[in-house]
Design a protein. Structure first.
Length: 170
């Protein structure tokens, strides 16, 4: 297991990454690895938002339609087999057809809501996360620079005290 603070290609401890560099490297690697998936989802959402009727071309719609049609096909066969001819059969088949249409509309509406929710999350949800990550990296960098400045000030102060002591003793 390698050193988590070593730079890529570094075999020893002499080239340790600072925590802000490690965070930046990991963030860049994750961003790069997930870029194809993110682009695909973004493209899909952009397409949906620009043409909401595309819901009928989504893979989920085919599943909703196939499942609904299959269930209502079996129900229709059962109604025909178990209901006497006449008004009762006509009424039962009419009710069944209305329910089938209603279920297809509700399934399509759920898909529509899901796609719209995904698009809204992409459009608004990642902005806050990105800004928080930038703020966190900036805070780490500011802490590191403050620490470096404090070290420089301590060295300068020590040199000043040494010079004062030397010249003060003469």
């Amino acid at each position: 297991m390698g050193n988590p603070f070593s730079k890529p290609g570094d075999s020893g401890n002499s080239g340790r990454e600072r925590p802000d560099q490690t965070q930046q490297r990991i963030a860049e690697e994750l961003f790069s690895q997930t870029d194809p998936l993110r682009r695909g989802v973004i493209d899909r959402s952009e397409s949906f938002v620009s043409n909401p009727n595309d819901v009928f071309n989504l893979p989920g719609y085919a599943a909703v339609k196939d499942t609904t049609e299959s269930q209502y096909g079996r129900a229709r066969d059962s109604v025909i087999a178990n209901t006497p001819e006449g008004g009762a059969l006509t009424s039962a088949l009419g009710d069944l057809e209305r329910n089938r249409a209603s279920d297809l509309v509700q399934g399509t509406a759920r898909l529509n809501d899901s796609e719209l929710s995904r698009a809204m999350t992409l459009a608004t949800g990642s902005t806050g996360q990105s800004l928080a990550a930038l703020g966190s990296a900036g805070a780490i960098q500011a802490q590191r620079e403050a620490s470096d400045d404090a070290g420089k000030a301590a060295k300068t102060g020590a040199v000043g005290q040494g010079a004062g002591a030397y010249f003060g003793s003469k």
